[in-house]
Ligand binder design. Structure first.
Ligand SMILES: [Zn+2]
Length: 294
């Protein structure tokens, strides 16, 4: 079968009662065979994408807090689809700590991460969970972690259609696997692209460098997909190639501010000029500290 096109999706949504209006301010039906869930600010405005077949679904990224993961699970359940697979695109906690909530709700699903990413997760996920969940009130995060299985294949299948998993590339961390769904003309850029939010610059500003991230943005832009879903945005922000422009503009702004600043305070002040309205403010302090280590 073909993945659902817009008309089929809307018809199916109407038939099942599934609708973006069930999650006002959190989710929206995308233009083609996917449903999006964007977390609240406490969940760091992170996107998860549900790819819909007729009867089954695949989830890309699993949210940060237990509350947001639970709302995402509600959305998947309301779609009427059986969740078959979950892909974790990179090792950051805002994309994986909600995974246990989803596995509890959909125990038949299998969770995966690309082999190299999974190998790192196997080393760090326990410590990451302990540090983050341990410093938050009970219930904010899942009380355990789930290590995804290693996936060496370059795709997942959904009802006979390929969901292409791109080779790991630099984003806001060294290894990220964006997802391309040619049959839906959709690219899930995950944390290679942001819009209407600050960028997580801690690793980019230290070990990784900005040039590899810029190169990844242009490589994804060159795919030319009509629908482009970034890793972080505000609910209602665009899902198209403008997310690449927004990412490059932020990097330009960052580099100009950094090049003309003598210390962290000056850099922070310059970075905040014109970016006051952006979400994901949690990223600022860590980025500034990385740019001017004390
Ligand atoms: Zn992220």
């Amino acid at each position: 079968m073909e993945l659902l096109n817009r008309r089929t999706l809307l018809k199916t949504a109407a038939a099942t009662g599934a609708s973006a209006t069930l999650w006002p301010g959190l989710a929206q039906a995308a233009a083609s065979g996917t449903e999006l869930f964007t977390s609240d600010e406490a969940g760091l405005l992170v996107d998860s994408v549900v790819v819909l077949g007729e009867k089954s679904a695949v989830l890309i990224d699993a949210q940060f807090t237990a509350g947001n993961a639970g709302l995402l699970a509600d959305m998947i359940a309301a779609s009427g689809r059986t969740l078959e697979s979950i892909l974790i695109t990179h090792l950051h906690p805002d994309h994986i700590l909600g995974l246990p909530v989803l596995m509890d709700r959909f125990p038949q699903a299998r969770a995966y991460a690309q082999t190299d990413i999974q190998a790192i997760l196997a080393q760090i996920l326990g410590g990451m969970h302990a540090e983050i969940a341990g410093s938050a009130p009970a219930g904010v995060f899942a009380d355990r972690f789930v290590l995804p299985e290693a996936l060496s294949a370059d795709h997942l299948m959904l009802e006979g259609e390929r969901i292409e998993i791109l080779p790991p590339m630099a984003g806001d961390t060294a290894l990220i696997t964006p997802v391309h769904i040619p049959s839906l003309d959709t690219l899930i850029a995950t944390d290679v692209a942001y819009i209407d939010t600050h960028l997580w610059m801690e690793e980019v500003a230290t070990t990784n460098g900005i040039a590899p991230l810029r190169a990844s943005v242009e490589a994804l832009r060159a795919i030319g997909a009509k629908t482009v879903i970034p890793g972080h945005r505000k609910s209602g922000s665009p899902n198209d190639a403008s997310v690449f422009d927004a990412t490059i503009a932020y990097l330009d702004h960052w580099e100009a501010a950094r090049a003309t600043s003598a210390n962290a305070e000056e850099f922070r002040a310059k970075l905040m000029v014109g970016t006051e309205a952006l979400g994901f403010a949690f990223a600022i302090d860590r980025g500034v500290a990385a740019a001017f280590p004390s």
